[in-house]
Write a protein that binds this ligand. Structure first.
Ligand SMILES: Cc1cc2nc3c(=O)[nH]c(=O)nc-3n(C[C@H](O)[C@H](O)[C@H](O)COP(=O)(O)OP(=O)(O)OC[C@H]3O[C@@H](n4cnc5c(N)ncnc54)[C@H](O)[C@@H]3O)c2cc1C
Length: 433
């Protein structure tokens, strides 16, 4: 079978779009296959309450090199949500309120303990094998929390500030949180600022459309892939509709939790297969709430399992009302359609809040994500994920889920998409593909 193109890119989230753009901009012929009827993957700038909202990945930062470079190249500014000073946090069965300084005083000594060894394990966070991580890779978030022997009150305070990023303390590996902290100088507060404060003006759609606009790849939407085979001379990609596309190489830029549905030949290494089959445990929900009136901006934090909304933040005014972004650690405990449930959960913090409308996307039930952002189980971050980043013959994997510095985010998606494109371009240039 003759080659239809140089490279097939599978998946049109930030990883796939970056790879397709980089390869096609170098003059390679690229066919780009995407299962959904839209690009963006786990980012989705959509509409709710009569305005633009972000249902998935949203926040970026100037400390993220790949993202920042693209924002600058395309002259796309950051948006500026409302400034917030008031914080409510649930601890020891009571809601405490204060300003940012009060909250920082309560939280900082606890996060300092939790993340004390972050830079010891990841002194050069771009190289997760710089230190032998086998001991820390056995630990879960639960193990670390228990080991600190905190009072119930302090444990709740610490749990609350971690909770946006936790679905299950016992299933999530400690290593990924330590790596995130290490990337941000060992400071959890710095990580939280980078990971959760700056939306893009015009939304993530504006950024992905700008990158896509530079791609000359042939993009085929609504084309899920079922199999990919490398026979040593090229790759054959089979779509669920039965079409076969032959290329010199492929980029597989799919969410980790969907990889088990694609047959990969030859089989991947055993630790990689185990990571794919066990899937990552993140089953959180992001829920947007329109609340009555221009209420005082606030942040709210609650420990996992102690309130259905674990993190909330007032973000924008809208037509005389206020938009609150909520994260629920357990998507099965609170649905975006449950306006009254969201109101009850927010009333834990602000007793008279009136939720008028809610919106969200079910990323856990969505067959093309089957979860939210990645959080690796013990062992995967520094063992199986790096193996998946290496070329598997002519098949190159990419995605925020298997990234290093930007693991779990848009930055990691762009980092790995660009890396896969570089590796394939080099192999095409030197004639090995
Ligand atoms: C609710 C939520 C909030 C988040 N918040 C942030 C945030 O604020 N900041 C941040 O940086 N990150 C955030 N993230 C994470 C971020 O969105 C992701 O890490 C990033 O978008 C992943 O990009 P990707 O290209 O690796 O994967 P994806 O965006 O998932 O793209 C993979 C693509 O593959 C497609 N696909 C799946 N199966 C197939 C198949 N069989 N055949 C063909 N195509 C297929 C999918 O449809 C999808 O388009 C958030 C994620 C969620 C869900």
């Amino acid at each position: 079978m003759a080659h239809s193109c140089d490279v097939v890119v599978i998946g049109a989230g930030f990883a796939g779009v970056t790879a397709a753009r980089d390869l096609s901009a170098e003059g390679r012929s690229v066919i780009h296959l995407e299962a959904r009827g839209r690009v963006g993957g786990r980012t989705h700038t959509g509409e709710a309450f009569g305005r633009e909202v972000e249902f998935g990945g949203t926040y970026v930062h100037w400390t993220q090199p790949n993202v920042w470079r693209e924002l600058q190249r395309h002259n796309i500014p950051l948006a500026r949500p409302l400034d917030v000073d008031t914080v409510h946090w649930l601890a020891g069965g009571t809601v405490h309120s204060g300003n940012q300084t009060d909250y920082h005083s309560a939280v900082a000594p606890l996060t300092a303990q939790f993340f004390a060894d972050a830079r010891t394990w990841f002194p050069r966070p771009f190289d997760v094998s710089a230190v032998d991580t086998s001991a820390i890779e056995k630990e879960t978030l639960a193990g670390r929390l228990d080991s600190l022997n905190l009072s119930d009150h302090d444990r709740d305070v610490l749990d609350g500030v971690l909770a946006t990023l936790v679905h299950s303390y016992s299933e999530q590996g400690l290593a990924q949180m330590l790596l995130w902290a290490s990337v941000n100088f060992g400071e959890w507060g710095a990580f939280l600022e980078a990971a959760g404060h700056c939306p893009i003006k015009g939304g993530t759609r504006r950024l992905i459309d700008a990158v896509l606009g530079e791609s000359t790849a042939e993009l085929r939407l609504s084309t899920p892939v079922s199999a990919i085979e490398d026979d040593g001379c090229g790759v054959t990609v089979t779509t669920r509709a039965g079409e076969q596309i032959r290329a010199r190489a492929a980029v597989v830029a799919l969410p980790l939790n969907t990889l088990s549905e694609v047959t990969i030949t030859p089989e991947v290494a055993a630790p990689v297969r185990a990571m794919i089959d066990r899937r990552h445990p993140m089953r959180t929900a992001k829920i947007l709430a329109r609340v009555r009136g221009e209420i005082e901006p606030f942040y709210a934090f609650a420990p996992v399992g102690k309130n259905p909304v674990n993190t909330a933040r007032v973000e924008y005014r809208h037509e005389g009302d206020t938009l609150v972004v909520c994260f629920a650690s357990d998507a099965s405990a609170l649905s975006a359609e449950d306006r009254e449930g969201v109101q009850a959960a927010l009333r834990t913090f602000v007793p008279d809040i009136d939720v008028l409308e809610t919106a969200g996307h079910d990323w856990v039930g969505d067959p093309y994500s089957q979860g939210t952002w990645v959080h690796h189980r013990p062992g995967s971050l520094t063992q199986a994920a790096p193996q998946l980043r290496k070329p598997h013959g002519r098949i190159h994997f990419a995605g925020g889920d298997i990234a290093t510095l930007g693991v779990g985010g848009i930055e990691g998606a762009m980092e790995t998409g660009a890396g896969a494109a570089r590796d394939i371009a080099a192999a095409l240039d030197n004639g090995s593909y």
